[in-house]
Design a protein around this ligand. Structure first.
Ligand SMILES: Nc1ncnc2c1ncn2[C@@H]1O[C@H](COP(=O)(O)OP(=O)(O)OP(=O)(O)O)[C@@H](O)[C@H]1O
Ligand SMILES: [Mg+2]
Length: 305
């Protein structure tokens, strides 16, 4: 099986994230290529996770298909043959595209991470446990760790070039993008998450929280971009083992996190780059988790072509 740490396609590479390589096709289109890189505790591992890139791209593609009636989005195609038809320069690179590439409408990205939380966990739980607030706003007393939040809480952040994203208030978001756009982004975030969370829950996956990005296309329209409700942009929990009052295992990264935690406790890793070498069993278990997330969510096995 081909795995990919970094892509090398005959297009203009305009960006490289922790996980994705971004190419400009022309003024109107981008090609997003999701590699098999994986990060945990903000450190990118040296190993690749087989099928991870394809799982992330095809989960996003599946969601864009589900959500077509809810919000406009950027996906043109996530099918390698269709992408090659649309961009002939890629014709000799089918294997590198298969499953992992998405041809998208290019936008001007709003510099806001639209985070929405349907369950209280992670940094939000830490803040609530310490001060009874989330992003500075008071929440009802007596919430338990991992409890469902109804309605979900919209807690935007700014996209940081380096390091952690910074939480901002909605007032600050309005200053950055304007009142009308702030309202639109929050409404679209709520609509997509509400629909997505309900669909996923029926399939046995709880999407505890997630993060969306939006951009403005050439026609001035605000559209949903980037990856959507994947295990990398969201917390996925198995619904059958969910119980409030404690933290929940991560559906996808738990084998990796457990291994890294053990290495740290044993004093073999300081929590920073460079990461420890991952045993083959940890890589295989993580790959299996990603494939299982795809299978549970969509009800079908991932076929990469
Ligand atoms: N339709 C689009 N138009 C313009 N930019 C886009 C579009 N879709 C996604 N992007 C941008 O492509 C990049 C995807 O890269 P990637 O997710 O790997 O990195 P990142 O978001 O910077 O970092 P990370 O996700 O690791 O925190 C993001 O910067 C995102 O804003
Ligand atoms: Mg990203």
């Amino acid at each position: 099986m081909t795995t990919m740490l970094t892509s090398d396609l005959p297009l203009n590479k305009i960006g490289r994230g922790k996980v994705r390589d971004i190419y400009a096709v022309d003024d109107e289109r981008l090609l997003l290529v999701t590699t098999d890189r994986i990060s945990a505790f903000d450190v990118v591992m040296d190993e690749t996770i087989p099928m991870k890139g394809a799982v992330l791209t095809q989960i996003s593609a599946w969601w864009f298909d589900q959500l077509g009636g809810v919000v406009p989005h950027h996906m043109i195609s996530a099918d390698a043959a269709e992408i090659i038809d649309a961009v002939p320069a890629l014709k000799d690179h089918r294997a590198a595209l298969a499953g992992r590439a998405m041809l998208c409408r290019r936008t001007t990205v709003f510099p806001i991470e639209c985070v929405i939380r349907g369950y209280i966990t992670g940094s939000a739980w830490k803040e609530y446990a310490a001060s009874g607030t989330l992003a500075g706003e008071t929440l009802p007393a007596g919430l338990q760790e991992s409890e469902r939040l109804a309605p979900p809480i919209f807690s935007p952040a700014t996209k940081a070039e380096t390091g952690h994203d910074e939480n901002i208030t909605i007032a600050r978001m309005r200053e950055i993008v304007g009142d009308e756009t702030a309202y639109t982004l929050e409404s679209m975030t709520r609509a997509v998450y509400t629909q997505g969370e309900a669909i996923a829950r029926e399939q046995g996956i709880i999407i505890a929280d997630t993060k969306f990005e939006f951009g403005r296309d050439a026609n001035g329209r605000i559209i949903l971009i980037d990856e959507v409700m994947t295990p990398d942009s969201s917390r996925f929990w198995a619904a059958d083992s969910y119980a409030p009052g404690r933290s929940q295992p991560s559906f996808d990264k738990q084998p990796l996190r457990d291994y890294l935690d053990a290495e740290r406790r044993a004093g073999r890793w300081n929590g920073e780059a460079p990461p420890p070498k991952l045993p083959a069993e940890v890589v295989a278990a993580t790959s299996a988790r990603y494939l299982d997330a795809y299978r549970r969510l969509t009800g079908t096995d991932l076929v990469v072509k």
